[in-house]
Design a protein around this ligand. Structure first.
Ligand SMILES: [Zn+2]
Length: 204
């Protein structure tokens, strides 16, 4: 909705929703009623958005929400004493909300999804943070043999890795994920390439 006027923002609707949902939204006549409109977040009784309820909702939909499961990757992640910015990147990676090129393609943004670092594989979250040749060298230096762990999905991979690490190494793993994400962003958006050593140094 455009701010201050009762009119749909077509650009945002086309970017975010599929054809069916676009039609359903646009069929709602905003001019009909004299009532005031407000956004209502249905996962809170107050109708006001909160990160906590959004997080629960996302995890619940993925079948991963379990408050009592202290061994879960989610509980584990927030118990790690890494800088908040690094935990935030990993949390978004685990939630599949890091805007990788593949994720953008899923949202129907027309772009080439080949990894900008190696130009070999699709730029998925697992690829950028783990299996890309550049990332593999970084993990090697950190002393993590990525092949020892399940490489089907980032969440599976990280769960296994963290379960084998001591607290200090867990922080380094989380920080390396953040450093890898920052390195590829620097390359894509600023055309600045990083080295393996510099990327790993940021994680120590
Ligand atoms: Zn790559």
């Amino acid at each position: 909705m455009k701010i201050g006027i009762k009119e749909w923002d077509l650009d945002i609707i086309k970017d975010v929703f599929n054809d069916r949902d676009q039609k359903l939204i646009l069929d709602i006549d905003m001019q009909d009623s004299g009532d005031e409109y407000m956004l209502y977040w249905k996962h809170e009784n107050s109708g006001l958005y909160s990160v906590k309820s959004a997080y629960r909702w996302i995890q619940f939909n993925k079948g991963r929400w379990c408050i009592e499961d202290k061994a879960s990757i989610w509980a584990k992640l927030w118990s790690i004493k890494a800088p908040p910015k690094t935990l935030n990147v990993v949390w978004r990676a685990l939630s599949k909300c890091l805007p990788t090129l593949v994720q953008l393609q899923i949202k129907r943004v027309q772009i080439e999804a080949l990894c900008p670092v190696c130009h070999v594989d699709s730029k998925t979250i697992l690829h950028i943070l783990v299996t890309c040749e550049f990332a593999q060298h970084c993990w090697d230096i950190l002393g993590i043999d990525i092949q020892r762990f399940k490489l089907t999905d980032f969440i599976d991979w990280l769960t296994e890795v963290l379960s084998t690490c001591n607290l200090k190494k867990q922080v380094e793993c989380i920080t390396l994920c953040w450093a890898l994400w920052r390195a590829q962003n620097d390359l894509v958006w600023n055309q600045r390439s990083s080295t393996v050593n510099k990327t790993v140094a940021a994680a120590k």
